[in-house]
Ligand binder design. Structure first.
Ligand code: ATP
Ligand code: MG
Length: 306
């Protein structure tokens, strides 16, 4: 098997005293489309940024994080492209779209031009879009421009953090399909954060479930959905039997509150909300069960997957 693009080995990330991620072991292989799901504040964005080598300087890393294919931290824009939820954040309101895309292409010494990139993201009449200002475009069009900017340096890895969450359901579905086509056509590896399990199921080939800064389950998306091993994953899925995509649907609610960041309970962090918790769950962090690339951190995982 080829070397992974990204390998996290017991990765921890802290912002000062706040532990945003702990003990994350995970590989991303070329061609994977990895969905990261979990509740708000669980560490999804931190994980996506860490995997792309884009954490802010304020973040303290521990454990291992390597990019074997690149041999070092990937170059932002050149090896990795990133798209966030709010496209306006990456667009200058007083500059024509084509000039902005052109500048990024030039910065990366790309061979394509702005109109070609706008065509790539399937914007209708890309030449007139290039002459427009961002406010003259719809939200979906702006998000396509953001995608064009992310792809301007012809990166191998695309990171999308809630990139379609703010859009209406039909537009969200179209952009998700576009991202899927781009991944196939350009051999892109995708890491995406979403609150929508249906989107994770449709667009993802791999699934990572984060709970309270820890990876609680990972595996091939279809396998995890067919037979979730962790009670948290099971709770998410059972609260969400309808897997048709809808942008306005938040992550299903699991009874109880997630622990406050940094105030983690000893033992399994999900135990206080877990209907199946036993005394031993409250004492030690559960070991990972199953394979490194398909398993869960739960003492019940073996039994659950049998
Ligand atoms: N730059 C930062 N400085 C300090 N703390 C941060 C920073 N970025 C994230 N955090 C903290 O790290 C924890 C994880 O945040 P993160 O943004 O990764 O969560 P998330 O799962 O993406 O949440 P959401 O679904 O709300 O986007 C949170 O407690 C957050 O407040
Ligand atoms: Mg986030």
């Amino acid at each position: 098997m080829s070397a992974p693009l990204i390998r996290a080995d017991g990765l921890g990330v802290s912002y000062g005293a706040l532990e945003a991620l702990s003990g994350i072991s995970l590989e991303v292989r070329a061609g994977d489309r990895l969905a990261i799901i979990g509740e708000s504040g669980s560490g999804k964005t931190t994980l996506a940024l860490a995997l792309a080598g884009l954490l802010p300087a304020a973040a303290d890393l521990s454990g291992g994080l390597a990019w074997p294919v690149w041999g070092g931290r990937p170059r932002a824009g050149r090896d990795t492209g990133i798209v966030f939820q709010d496209a306006s954040g990456c667009l200058d309101p007083v500059m024509r779209v084509g000039e902005q895309v052109g500048e990024v292409v030039e910065a990366h010494r790309g061979t394509t031009d702005a109109v070609e990139l706008l065509r790539l993201v399937e914007l209708p009449d890309p030449a007139s879009i290039a002459r427009a200002y961002p406010h003259q475009l719809s939200g979906g069009q702006r998000q396509r421009v953001a995608l064009a900017l992310a792809l301007a340096g012809a990166p191998r890895l695309l990171v999308a953090d809630e990139a379609t969450s703010a859009l209406d359901p039909v537009v969200q579905a179209r952009i998700a399909e576009l991202i899927e086509r781009l991944c196939a056509a350009r051999g892109l590896t995708l890491v995406f954060v979403t609150h929508d399990i249906a989107l994770a199921a449709r667009l993802g080939t791999r699934l990572a479930v984060i709970y309270a800064a820890r990876l609680v389950e990972c595996g091939n998306t279809a396998d995890v959905i067919a037979a979730p091993r962790h009670p948290y994953t099971r709770a998410l899925l059972s609260a969400h039997l309808d897997l048709s995509p809808r942008a306005d649907r938040p992550l299903p609610t699991v009874p109880g509150q997630p622990p406050a960041a940094g105030a983690w309970p000893a033992g399994c962090r999900f135990a206080p909300r877990c209907a199946r918790a036993e005394d031993r769950c409250l004492s030690g962090i559960p070991q990972w069960r199953g394979r490194a690339d398909a398993g869960a951190a739960c003492i019940l995982a073996d039994a659950a997957s049998a």
